[in-house]
Design a binder for this molecule. Structure first.
Ligand code: SAM
Length: 240
């Protein structure tokens, strides 16, 4: 599996190889198709599971004040090197320590939930840190609320615990509701018009095939905006 990873992602080019570049391009296309980029101006954002902090940098360009957190010291050292001036800290997303970074306007957690051994605990923390959560994760193609556990390799972009999970979309939405988010928007729901713009991982339809339950299976992904209180729509986009 390590050999496979190195062939696909390259051992020395962490977070800057073509796999990650393409992934970030798709993530940002989906996000900004539905959420107003201008509404990040002046917002405080806690970026959790930040990797080397590239997505946080995109939000900074829009005027957000970003604090970045990752469970790996090497990641945080890279954030500090690449983006001097960014507040960046080592912290396990599942630990109660996370909450000392709040309150902020927005929690931003892309590519993290499925690497966590305690995803429900993490979502509960997010709801105490901010009223708005932007969440992106790998999911399984299951209709009912379901979560499967996955053993992960200790690679730079995987679980720091060697254990992750794969939730179904309805599991995520049930947990978000249970944590007090009243507006939950599946930002991938208009996928048809994005066929040309984003990776297929975002343009699939939930069909209940059961796919994605095993480590290494091609990942389906999903992205949500969860908010306590209704965010307004202006010119068809959600304003944060
Ligand atoms: C797939 S990468 C996502 C990076 C970036 N957010 C993105 O979407 O491009 C997952 C990141 O989560 C971090 N991570 C894994 N488990 C974590 C945990 N328990 N607490 C905090 N960060 C964790 C990894 O070190 C890695 O940087």
């Amino acid at each position: 599996m390590r050999r496979f990873k190195e062939l696909v992602k390259g051992p020395g080019s962490q977070f800057e190889n073509s796999v990650h570049l393409e992934s970030r391009r798709s993530q940002l296309s989906v996000l900004f198709a539905r959420v107003s980029p201008a509404s990040f101006q002046g917002k405080s954002v806690l970026e959790i599971g930040c990797g080397h902090g590239h997505l946080g940098a995109e939000l900074e360009k829009l005027g957000a004040r970003v604090i970045s957190v990752d469970g790996r010291r090497e990641s945080i050292q890279q954030v500090q090197k690449k983006f001097p001036g960014r507040q960046a800290y080592v912290c396990d997303a599942c630990s109660p320590e996370m909450e000392r970074f709040g309150p902020v306007d927005i929690v931003f957690a892309f590519g993290l939930l499925y690497h966590l051994p305690e995803p429900a605990k993490f979502l509960a923390s997010c709801s105490r840190i901010a009223d708005v959560l932007l969440l992106e994760t790998v999911v399984i193609d299951v209709l009912e609320p379901e979560l499967v556990w996955i053993k992960e390799g200790l690679f730079y972009d995987q679980s720091i615990h060697g254990k992750g999970c794969r939730p179904s979309p309805s599991w995520v939405e049930r947990e978000l509701r249970a944590n007090g988010y009243s507006q939950i928007v599946d930002l991938c729901a208009e996928e048809e018009r994005w066929q040309e713009m984003v990776a297929p991982a975002y343009t699939w339809r939930i069909a209940g095939s059961g796919s994605g339950k095993r480590y290494g299976e091609p990942g389906y992904r999903r992205m949500w905006l969860a908010s306590k209180g209704e965010r307004p729509l202006v010119n068809g986009k959600i304003v944060l």
